[in-house]
Design a protein around this ligand. Structure first.
Ligand code: GLC
Length: 640
């Protein structure tokens, strides 16, 4: 009998030790409660009850209630976050099924492909199927979704806590090339008095996109530049990509080859893929020695004063592999000079358009994992996790006295102990602001507390009103970063007309930092959630089960972000009497007590709606230029 009698483990086949869990739960006999297991098909089927809601899976498309779609855990470099997508960058195989009269949770610890058909094939069936048949299947029992979240986190460990300044505002853009570009960002923010704690360095700071290098022409005196920015209260946060450029004389490449630290193909040669640097090898982060070696490389930058990183392209993204490219050219010959009919034309087109992130390529290479040779597709979803783990463990070794900011694009359960996530290449769409709102509680559920989206949208051109509404939500997300793609419209807050409003809104974020940090730490310590769906709190209020665009943040406030263009307000459902604060800034707001029920609440473009729950209070600091300058001794209290 386990000490953790609310967690049951069922073992299928010979599972790999993924590193997702931190405690050993003895295996139970038989098959998982609640499910019908079909050993021939390898499926677990649960008959969804009318009122069952299904929560979880972390970063995916669609709603907080996951019913009505099929999700596939298969980390993907997916820049189109549309409703029809089954996989994004992350895989969190944790689900909660809840109909209020009862609930249970499950976690499938399998880093290969796992399919969650939640009423897609059959409206009333939840069917789970893993591509490989070796995994631990956990079932959690509890009285409420929050208890299940707690049981899950008891199993998988405490969430990562970033340095306090990482709760400030960050400006990023793919396209800042030189120290001068970055200086300009810092200066423009300072001139307008908009607080700022971080400026992100995208791939252009590197020499030819080589990890752990700095382009000496663009950054002639990098160490001093880092110091200069620190003196301005700004932390520089460089990106690190998974692929290592193949280039004679480049130390990371040479050492990796010499020590056999790169992922190899069946024939023992290193896989050649292409990403931003051109041709690359992939470090085998699953190999302990290779992970230690790569992790220690971050020291090049921490020694220069860097205190934060974002790990990217670590699904891993593959633009092409040398092998597949050859196959494509071969295949194209078949079409050359031939009269091709329309169906052949589509075959021809598919041949070329399926070059990047091709599923076959993920079956071409291997890892040395726990002393075993394992084909990549079997452990695919661990790659970004182990890259981030390598960095996190290296920081603990090499910088034990420092808190280092770390977050990643790809992830799997367990990575939440080492870093946070951003939700990847979203678009400057109103629907993606809404998606951000819906993803946040799902991420909280799975232990990814330090999380956020590219505020304003990454792909496509944003607009001033979308940016303002997104900032109004972003001020509540632990990771609050404005980031955009190369070639898109400039979207630093100083590029817009209503800079005073942006200053007030970002100022409000800084005012909220004491509340945000306390709520965040509570969620870490108590294995709880930073952002919750309303139905987790108001268990007996049926209406809350359909509310997907209002969230409980911490335990004292509810937020209701405006996420539609040209809206001057929105409908808000109040499960109980609450105190509305309509913020324009830290010291410009009005309040009103509202009774339970439906309300249309006005919110002009520069106004944020916050609702204090009865018996609670909101403590605000006076905004400052950066987190370090906040006066957290003297807080203003708004109570209800
Ligand atoms: C990827 C990242 C994005 C970054 C870009 C260039 O698309 O998701 O954030 O800006 O690569 O490095």
């Amino acid at each position: 009998m386990s000490d953790f009698n609310n967690i049951k483990k069922y073992v299928f086949g010979t599972p790999l030790k993924t590193g997702a869990t931190v405690i050993d739960v003895p295996a139970s006999e038989g098959t998982p409660d609640h499910f019908k297991y079909n050993p021939q098909l390898g499926t677990f089927t649960y008959n969804l009850k009318d009122k069952d809601m299904v929560f979880g899976l972390g970063e995916t498309v669609r709603g907080i209630n996951k019913r009505g779609w099929k999700y596939v855990s298969n980390n993907a470099d997916e820049p189109h976050h549309e409703e029809t997508k089954e996989s994004l960058y992350a895989s969190q195989n944790f689900l909660i099924v809840d109909d209020v009269t009862g609930c249970f949770g499950i976690f499938v610890d399998d880093p290969g492909k796992v399919e969650f058909d939640i009423g897609y094939t059959n409206l009333d069936k939840l069917v789970i199927r893993a591509e490989h048949n070796d995994y631990d299947f956990y079932v959690f029992n509890g009285e409420s979704p929050l208890e299940l979240v707690k049981a899950f986190r008891t199993l998988v460990g405490k969430s990562y806590v970033p340095p306090i300044w990482a709760f400030g505002y960050g400006q990023s853009r793919w396209g800042y090339k030189t120290a001068e570009d970055i200086r300009e960002v810092a200066t423009r923010y300072k001139e307008l008095g908009i607080p700022l704690d971080m400026i992100y360095m995208d791939i252009d700071y590197m020499q030819d996109f080589k990890d752990f290098t700095i382009n000496p022409e663009r950054f002639p005196d990098f160490e001093n530049f880092v110091k200069e920015m620190r003196a301005e209260g700004i932390h520089l946060i460089p990106i690190i990509d998974a692929g290592v450029k193949i280039e004679k004389g480049y130390d990371v490449y040479e050492e990796g080859v010499k020590n056999g630290f790169f992922c190899k193909k069946e024939d023992g040669t290193n896989l050649v893929a292409a990403v931003w640097p051109g041709k690359v090898h992939f470090p085998d982060f699953l190999n302990e020695k290779a992970a230690k070696w790569f992790g220690d490389k971050y020291k090049v930058l921490t020694d220069a004063g860097i205190e934060g990183f974002w790990n990217d392209m670590n699904e891993p993204a593959i633009f092409y592999t040398e092998d597949h490219l050859k196959e494509v050219f071969e295949g194209l010959k078949e079409f050359e000079g031939k009269e091709i009919d329309i169906f052949e034309f589509f075959n021809f087109k598919d041949l070329v358009s399926s070059i990047d992130n091709n599923p076959e390529d993920y079956r071409r290479f291997y890892h040395e994992f726990n002393g075993q040779r394992v084909r990549h597709d079997r452990v695919h979803n661990l790659y970004g996790f182990y890259m981030t783990k390598a960095a996190g463990e290296a920081f603990a070794r090499n910088n034990p006295d420092k808190d280092i900011l770390l977050f990643s694009r790809a992830s799997y359960t367990g990575m939440h102990r080492y870093g946070g996530v951003w939700t990847g290449d979203n678009s400057a769409w109103w629907s993606h602001l809404l998606l951000n709102i819906k993803q946040m509680p799902s991420l909280s559920m799975t232990g990814f507390l330090y999380a956020g989206a590219d505020v304003g949208g990454f792909n496509g051109n944003t607009t001033e009103d979308l940016m303002m509404r997104w900032v109004e939500f972003g001020i509540f997300t632990p990771l609050f970063r404005n980031h955009a793609a190369l070639g898109t419209r400039n979207q630093e807050l100083y590029r817009f007309e209503r800079t005073e409003d942006f200053k007030n809104l970002v100022g409000l974020r800084y005012a909220l930092i004491p509340y945000i940090c306390v709520s965040f730490i509570n969620a870490v310590v108590n294995d709880g959630m930073y952002m919750q769906p309303l139905s987790f709190v108001y268990r007996n209020d049926e209406r809350t089960r359909e509310v997907e665009d209002q969230l409980i943040v911490g335990d004292s406030i509810m937020i209701a972000p405006v996420h539609e263009q040209n809206a001057n307000g929105r409908y808000v459902y109040l499960p109980e009497k609450m105190k509305l604060i309509r913020f324009r800034s830290y010291d410009d707001y009005d309040t009103e007590i509202l009774k339970a029920g439906d309300h249309y609440i006005k919110a002009a473009l520069n106004e944020v709606l916050v609702f204090i729950l009865p018996g609670h209070e909101l403590k605000l600091a006076k905004p400052a230029r950066n987190v370090g300058e906040l006066d957290v001794e003297h807080l203003k209290v708004i109570s209800f």
